[in-house]
Design a protein around this ligand. Sequence first.
Ligand code: AMP
Length: 224
Amino acid sequence: MPNLNLILLGPPGSGKGTQGERLQEDLELPYYATGDILRAAVKAVSDVGAKAKDFMDRGDLVPDEVMIGIIADRLESNEAEHGFILDGFPRTVPQAEALDKKLRELGRGLTAVILIDSTDEAIINRLSGRRVCLDGGHVYHVDFDPPKTEGACDIDGSELIVRDDDKPEVVSHRLEQYHEKTAPLIDFYRKQGLLNRIEGTETPDRVGESVRTLISTLSLEEGS
Ligand code: AMP
């Protein structure tokens, strides 16, 4: 399998996390979901967690320099030398520019950006039914992807909760932030010829199939 350096882009709740977890298993690549990294940092009461918490609770973006530092550390480690999957980073143009610069320094580049797209209406629907497990952050939806036992994670058995930032008033602010600060990345990567759009309003399995088909094409191109 050739090296794949991938970004999952898309609005909050478009299914990036669900697809990212599946891709990580299929491709056996390190998977860096910045939201998960930040939530773990908040839980551990680390310096990064202390800096990020208030921004996250309000549904605001955490400052670029904090985020760029988190990702730069991981890309510089040997762990990501055969490829990576980024989920939730970059989320602003300065983050994307910093990522390009870091990859150039490392003599690498991006393989593709996968935009898992959705409408605001579908997102509000998704996020209101989303549940995450307390211990591992595994993601479910009460209607579209329910756990086998109500209220408990299939994988580690821990309790399923509503994330604070999935509450309706915070969701609308996160969507505003997405349209204002993250959506410009669609054009940014389209101009670089890296953008691949996938319809995210389908079921998780259908979206997963589209992602897999895309990855096979990319692997063939990279390998040729
Ligand atoms: P997520 O789980 O990806 O929806 O991220 C949850 C929250 O973490 C976001 O609402 C932001 O407050 C913060 N966050 C995650 N990734 C980034 C990023 N790349 N830049 C700024 N803030 C981020």
